[in-house]
Design a protein around this ligand. Structure first.
Ligand code: NAP
Length: 259
């Protein structure tokens, strides 16, 4: 990254996997943001150990904030906490990364799997966008060029997936017949499109990104893409987004994926 991606960024589910790698690369970039809000549902627990160590090393930049995307009270409290720490009350970028996948076929999928997955992968990102909207609006309003849209100004990035694509379903369904995950991420795409329409008047960009099939707890050991490479691609795409990209689903090379 040559110029600063943005001044302030918030990432959900930042204690492991792609989220943790996002925090690593954001803070280690020579053009790093001034404020990085690394949120996770259990900041004191063992799964956040590596994040705590990273935050300790970069005390001036990383702030860990408790945020469980399935708990509206937690999202609202996180918004208050972040709001009290933001410079000028402006937040440039939200990366809705937290997600779950139960890897279940039709016969083994229970109602609870559908509801829990939807709550994390769709309702969570929606309420994060809603609760943090005042800070995004403030950031967008302060930008010198009122016609530009970018993550330097104000943006929401929803981490989606190739398997959310209804058009591409016939070619990849047999390899990944995971109902709850696919359906929830297709709904996340619609959320992306709705928010893009609603926030356009405020100059806030909203898009969805497919990180690749990534070697994490969710992606598994057979995944061909390392988190380092996925996040490098994600940040390259995110930092070059313009108005034409709002309301789209892109991969880590910036190619469009059909809905
Ligand atoms: N890996 C892939 O191949 C792949 C492919 C396409 C898309 N994606 C998407 O990329 C994103 C990150 O995936 P990943 O591979 O990094 O998965 P991961 O290794 O399983 O990590 C998931 C992260 O989400 C957090 N999370 C889950 N539920 C949460 C909740 N209710 N509140 C807050 N945080 C929560 C987890 O926190 P805890 O430690 O507290 O559980 C963890 O930090 C997801 O949205 C996923 O759908 C991944």
């Amino acid at each position: 990254m040559s110029s600063r991606i943005c001044d302030s960024v918030l990432v959900t589910g930042s204690n492991r996997g792609i989220g943790l790698e996002l925090i690593h690369q954001l803070v280690e970039s020579p053009s790093r943001p001034e404020q990085i809000f690394a949120t996770c549902r259990d900041p004191e627990g063992p799964r956040a150990q590596e994040l705590r160590e990273l935050a300790q090393k970069h005390k001036d930049v990383i702030v860990i904030v408790q945020l469980d995307t399935t708990d509206p009270a937690s999202i609202s409290q996180a918004a208050k906490t972040v709001g009290s720490k933001l410079k000028d009350g402006s937040l440039n970028l939200i990366i809705n990364n937290a997600g779950v996948n139960v890897h279940l076929e039709l016969c083994s999928t229970q109602e609870k799997d559908m509801v829990d997955t939807y709550r994390t992968n769709v309702v969570g990102p929606m309420f994060v966008a809603k609760e943090f909207l005042p800070y995004l609006r403030k950031a967008a309003s302060q930008f010198h060029n009122q016609t530009d849209m970018s993550c330097r100004r104000a943006a929401v990035i929803n981490v989606s997936t190739l398997v959310s694509s209804i058009q591409r379903c016939p070619e990849n369904f047999a390899r990944a017949p995971m109902y709850a995950y696919r359906i929830s991420k297709a709904a996340l795409n619609m959320l992306t499109r709705c928010l893009a329409e609603e926030f356009r008047k405020d100059g806030i960009l909203v898009m969805a990104i497919h990180p690749g099939w990534v070697k994490t707890d969710m992606g598994g050991q057979k995944a061909p893409v390392l988190p380092e490479d996925s996040v490098k691609g994600m940040l390259k795409v995110i930092s070059s987004l313009t108005e034409k990209d709002s309301g789209t689903l892109l991969d880590i090379e910036g190619h469009s994926i059909p809905w």
